[in-house]
Design a protein around this ligand. Structure first.
Ligand code: URP
Ligand code: ZN
Ligand code: ZN
Length: 471
């Protein structure tokens, strides 16, 4: 009998640690051996000319999330994880979002029901805390952290989601006690409302004014405030989707002072700008997301943040809405003001190719940094390492086989999710995922779907090492 189920042979194995010529042997969904001449397997896969890397872990995606009256998110767990798999990801971390009045347990139950049997890649949930009641803070959150929901996001903006500073402090205190990691969406809600009202009064309601309503100081101020609140509580925080130099500098300064402050940035802040929102008619709605894409200097600052490790995570913030759809970006009210255009853009399928091509291809980051930023650091940050995010004996066999030479012009015709557009249309990339393997099983093989819904499983997480470190 063959010793292994599968051997991936002849590839170059890249991890966050090193790059080496090695074969990878898989048994029972786990990596069983690494090396040359590993012996017999039931199946031997030829990986010559390919990179063999830990599958991408996208720790910031939104799937099947209620998004307001008459708006429907374009991806459920089936289509969203299918797109993720085609993009070289083996795991995603969507949010289970509480709405005011809901118990967190109810929320978690509903998201499990939505995901169960549908996923192509593994999933685990962050919580979104919108209603910091005594029951949520006192009972539900500590119990949920114990059960493996070890990170939660708080919003400083958005109607129905924004927490007051008092509520943020209370959530942070619970996180500190429970050993959970707090993720912060840092934009000043009152400032955005003030600017939005003023723009509307002036008749400036087209999608491009979404960016005008959320200028850099709005993000910088909230980033500074979130860091200050976290410092008061002495709790680690992850500032998510950072878009510009000033917010980045707030994080870098806090890190220099020894605070446990971490940062995440996303593809939209590397390759899009505010000008993309300036399309004809409603075309700009395709790029409405928060924080908005900025300018060339902000792009440079985000690259620097990845290079100097101010940002440890590169996520997509995949938040998909169809464009040509009255329940999506073209919701009728959105024509009256950018205020009503659903916030968020798709990106789970294009995250890896964009960072590989623009980052590794243009020598801004190394191959090993690419793996760290797209996979290993996500596993380490969110209590999944070393089960996920590595190619090492004993880790789950979550692998992307990658063609570093393949040239692709990104286009919607190549995408596999539920949206009808990609904001990255026309971008030329070099480097593309060929096959994606989840716990030893091909879910995408040579560019074709080879798995089925249900291949992906729910994963309960350990506490974040970053959160444990302060205790
Ligand atoms: O515009 C965005 N980013 N929508 C997704 C929700 C969020 O704030 O992450
Ligand atoms: Zn956010
Ligand atoms: Zn998000």
């Amino acid at each position: 009998m063959a010793a292994f189920d599968t051997i991936i042979k002849g590839g170059t194995v890249v991890t966050a640690r090193d790059t080496k010529r090695a074969d990878v042997a898989i048994r029972d969904g786990k990596i069983a051996a690494l090396g040359i001449d590993l012996g017999e397997a039931r199946e031997v896969i030829d990986a010559s000319g390919l990179l063999v890397m830990p599958g991408g872990i996208d720790s910031h995606v939104h799937l099947s999330q209620p998004s307001g009256p008459d708006i429907v998110m374009a991806d459920d767990f089936e289509s969203g994880t299918r797109a993720a798999a085609f993009g070289g990801n083996t795991m995603v971390l969507p949010f289970a979002m509480q709405q005011r009045g809901q118990s967190l347990r109810e929320v978690v139950k509903a998201y499990h029901a939505a995901a169960n049997g549908k996923c192509h890649v593994d999933v685990s949930f962050h919580l979104i805390i919108a209603d910091a009641t005594d029951a949520v803070l006192g009972q539900e959150l500590p119990a949920l952290v114990h059960d493996g929901y070890t990170s939660f996001k708080v919003f400083m903006t958005y109607e129905g989601l924004a927490l007051s500073d008092m509520e943020m402090l209370k959530v942070m205190e619970v996180a500190r006690e429970a050993g959970a990691l707090v993720m912060v969406h840092a934009e000043n809600y009152d400032a955005i409302r003030f600017l939005t009202d003023r723009l509307e009064r002036a008749g400036q309601t087209a999608p491009k004014y979404h960016a005008t309503s959320r200028p850099i100081p709005v993000e910088r101020e909230a980033t500074h405030r979130a860091i200050s609140l976290a410092e008061l509580i002495d709790v680690p925080v992850m500032i998510v989707h950072v878009s510009n130099r000033e917010a980045r500098d707030e994080i870098a300064r806090a890190q220099k002072r020894g605070l446990k402050v971490y940062g995440e940035t996303c593809p939209q802040y590397l390759v899009l700008t505010e000008k993309d929102l300036d399309g004809l008619n409603m075309e700009g709605a395709k790029y409405v997301c928060s924080p908005p894409p900025r300018d060339k200097d902000s792009q440079i600052a985000c690259w620097e943040g990845l290079q100097d490790k101010t940002f440890s995570l590169f996520s997509s913030d995949h938040c998909p809405f169809r464009y040509n759809d009255p329940k999506g970006k073209l919701v009728p009210k959105g024509r009256t003001s950018f205020r009503w255009v659903p916030n968020g853009i798709p990106g789970v399928e294009t995250r890896l190719p964009i960072l590989f091509s623009e980052g590794v291809g243009k020598k801004r980051i190394t191959l090993n940094e690419f793996v760290a930023l797209t996979s290993t650091n996500h596993a380490k940050t969110y209590g999944l390492y070393p089960k996920k995010g590595d190619i090492a004996e004993g880790s789950d066999a979550d692998i992307v086989m990658w063609d570093p030479q393949r040239q692709v012009r990104i286009s919607q015709a190549l995408m596999h999710g539920g949206t009808d557009y990609t904001p990255y249309e026309g971008i030329e990339v070099t480097g593309w995922p060929v096959s994606t393997i989840v716990r030893g099983k091909f879910v995408v093989r040579d560019g074709k779907l080879s798995g089925q819904p249900g291949d992906g499983q729910y994963v309960a997480r350990e506490k974040s090492k970053l959160a444990e470190a302060t205790r």
